[in-house]
Design a protein around this ligand. Sequence first.
Ligand code: SAM
Length: 294
Amino acid sequence: MEENKQESLREAARDGDLGRVKSLIASGADVTYFDGEGLTPLMHAARNGYPEVVKMLLDSGAPWNALSPSNLSAGDFAMENGHQSAFDILLNAGIQAELILGTIARKDNADGKPNRDYLEDRVTFSEDKVMDTKSKAVMMAWERPLMEAHAKAICSRGGHILNVGFGMGLVDTAIQQYAPVSHTIIEAHPEVYDRMLRTGWGEKENVKIVFGRWQDVLSQLESYDGIFFDTYGEYYEDMREFHQYLPRLLKPGGIYSFFNGLCGGMLRRRNVGGCETQVLAVGYLLPSCLSVNR
Ligand SMILES: C[S@@+](CC[C@H](N)C(=O)[O-])C[C@H]1O[C@@H](n2cnc3c(N)ncnc32)[C@H](O)[C@@H]1O
């Protein structure tokens, strides 16, 4: 009987039947239910492009970041099938959750640093990845083509380039190919910084390494023709805070691009954005920005 209710909810979500979705939820149908294919009602509604049903399910507690067996979130389903309105609702739900999580994390950390644990822990390096102590990948080699696309975008005007977050140095290696006049790299993790020095980054003529959290070293920065931002263990709110400094950090007509890990499956998106300095908005919301998705 209970199973029937869940199956009915799945069907109603899949068919975009808002009235039926509402009454099934009111009668106790579980919005977090995964069907035989491993999909939630939210994924069905997103895949078929029913924004009102998506909103109803989210408002009733459906998890926006649940993943299908092939690691796709409801946002991925909406995006893959070209359902922009449903996608926007899911993206906003993810951003709101990130803002709340960021606030909670800040309260939990006495000093208000979101990634203090990560920065104080050890990291391990191998050929194809950098891992933190919780065995989470900080950066992986397969991201190289994405990093090359970011580097190409931010170096397209030449000049002075800033990268925030060294990781495996993929984007910085690609930036070097464009021989910028200057190439500033901010890195906050002591072991990543040590490795940069051991691998000769400190000796490159056009490279300036600034060791520290970007939040703490802003006064050492100048203004740049291209900026890339890709940190680890921070929240959307932190990136948004960084965006507030762009008018000072980016020269007129400069190009900014970023990565952040927003939104479960959606969250694994990389954004390459070429934006006028006076336009301050998140890259993927700007029509003028090119998005590269994994
Ligand atoms: C995902 S990795 C960057 C990967 C890099 N884009 C690449 O191509 O290899 C993130 C890096 O940001 C550094 N990081 C984290 N928080 C930071 C902060 N607040 N300021 C500066 N660097 C930070 C991490 O130590 C890590 O090296």
